[in-house]
Design a binder for this molecule. Structure first.
Ligand SMILES: [Zn+2]
Length: 360
C-alpha cells in the first residue's frame, strides 16, 4: 500500500515537472517566432521612432520620417506601413492614432550633400587612445558675446566644447583661437522660449515663422563661421517641442553632416525623436552646471556629474561663461584624470552613445 502511494506521488511530481517544463519550452519556442530579431540598439531606436510616429501628425515635412522608421525596423513594421497606406487610400481615417496617415508612394528621401557627409567627424577634436574610464563632456554655452570671458573659457584645460552665439561679433577670430587651443566648437542656435519675458536675442527661430523663414534664419546662423561639429539650442523651450520646426532644423543638419546636442530646456522636447527620424547624430545634456551660480552650488553639481558618469559611463554638462563657473572648472579639470575620468569633446560622446566604432 505504502509502496503504491509513494509511486503515485512520484508520478504526480513527474507529471508536474514535465508540464512546467513543457510550458517553458512552448513559451521560449513561440517567443522566438513573435520577438523581432533586433539588437538592443535597434530596440532603443525603435522605441524612440514609434514615439515620433505616434506624436506627430502627418505633414509633408515628415514624409521621410516614415522611410527612416522602415529602415530601422523589421518586416513587422513594413506590414504596418502597408496597412497605413491601404487605410489612407480607402477611408482616410485614423490609423493607430496617426491622423491623415501617410500616402506611401509620395515619400521623399532624406537629402544629404555628398561633399558635406560626416562634417561633424571631420571637425571633431581628435583624442588619444580610448579608455574604459567614465567620459565627461563639458559644454560652455553663450560664448562669443562677452569676449573677455570667452577668452577665459578658451584658457580652460581642453577639450571643452564651446557653443558660440551666432550674433556675436568677431566670431571667426574667436573660433580660430578656441580651435587652436584644442577645444571643440558648436553653434549655439537661438530658439524660441516659452516665456515671453525672456529675450533670446536676434535672429531667433520662431514657431510662427513660415518654413522658409525658419530655414533662412537657421542658414544665416550656420553660415556665420566654420569648423564646428553641430549645434545646440540657446533657450528654445517652445521651439524644441515643435515637430514641424525641429523637422526643418534636422533636415538641414542632415544635409550638412552635423550633429545635434539637445540642451533640453523643455521636458517636451522632440529633439531625440526628430534626430532619429532624420538620422542626425544626437546626444543630450544631463546637467546644467550653474543654474545656481554660487561656487558651492557649482562644485556640488560637479560632484553629481562624477557620480552620474560613474554609473552611466558618460555625462554631458552645460555651463556658462560666468566667473564662478570658470573658477570651479579650472580647479576641477586639473585633477579629473587622476580621479579616473576622461575629459571628452561632445563628438566623442555622440560616437560612444551611438555605438560608432572606432570612437576615435
Ligand atoms: Zn544659451
Amino acid at each position: 500500500m505504502i509502496y503504491r502511494i509513494t509511486t503515485l506521488i512520484l508520478l504526480a511530481f513527474a507529471i508536474l515537472f514535465f508540464a512546467l517544463h513543457w510550458a517553458n519550452l512552448v513559451d521560449s519556442v513561440s517567443s522566438k517566432f513573435t520577438q523581432p530579431n533586433l539588437s538592443n540598439k535597434h530596440i532603443k531606436r525603435e522605441a524612440i521612432a514609434s514615439l515620433a510616429l505616434d506624436n506627430d501628425k502627418y505633414n509633408p515635412i515628415f514624409e521621410n520620417q516614415y522611410y527612416k522608421v522602415e529602415d530601422e525596423r523589421n518586416t513587422e513594421i513594413k506590414q504596418k506601413k502597408i496597412e497605413v497606406g491601404k487605410l489612407n487610400n480607402e477611408s482616410k481615417s485614423e490609423f493607430n492614432g496617426i491622423k491623415n496617415p501617410l500616402v506611401l508612394d509620395k515619400t521623399k528621401m532624406i537629402f544629404e550633400e555628398p561633399s558635406l557627409k560626416d562634417t561633424w567627424k571631420r571637425n571633431s577634436v581628435q583624442i588619444g587612445e580610448a579608455t574604459n574610464s567614465p567620459k565627461i563632456a563639458i559644454v560652455i554655452d553663450d560664448a562669443g558675446v562677452d569676449k573677455k570671458r570667452t577668452a577665459a573659457v578658451i584658457q580652460l584645460q581642453p577639450p571643452i566644447t564651446i557653443a558660440f552665439l551666432t550674433y556675436a561679433s568677431e566670431l571667426k577670430k574667436q573660433v580660430r583661437s578656441a580651435k587652436k587651443a584644442g577645444h571643440e566648437i558648436i553653434v549655439h542656435m537661438a530658439m524660441e522660449p516659452e516665456s515671453k519675458n525672456i529675450d533670446p536675442g536676434p535672429n531667433v527661430l520662431l514657431i510662427k515663422s513660415g518654413s522658409k523663414e525658419i530655414l533662412d534664419q537657421l542658414r544665416w546662423g550656420l553660415n556665420r563661421f566654420n569648423g564646428y561639429v553641430g549645434i545646440n539650442n540657446h533657450m528654445g523651450s517652445r521651439f524644441t517641442s515643435d515637430p514641424n520646426g525641429m523637422g526643418i532644423v534636422m533636415r538641414e543638419l542632415k544635409r550638412r553632416g552635423l550633429l545635434f546636442l539637445d540642451s533640453r530646456t523643455s521636458k517636451n522636447t522632440v529633439g531625440a525623436s526628430m534626430a532619429l527620424a532624420y538620422d542626425v547624430p544626437y546626444t543630450q545634456r544631463d546637467f546644467f552646471l550653474d543654474n545656481d551660480n554660487s561656487l558651492g552650488a557649482i562644485n556640488r553639481q560637479l560632484g553629481k556629474i562624477e557620480s552620474f558618469a560613474k554609473k552611466n559611463g558618460y555625462a554631458v554638462a552645460i555651463g556658462h561663461p560666468k566667473d564662478a563657473t570658470l573658477k570651479a572648472l579650472s580647479q576641477w579639470l586639473k585633477t579629473l584624470k587622476e580621479r579616473g575620468f576622461s575629459q571628452m569633446p561632445i563628438s566623442q560622446l555622440v560616437k560612444v552613445q551611438n555605438n560608432i566604432f572606432p570612437p576615435n
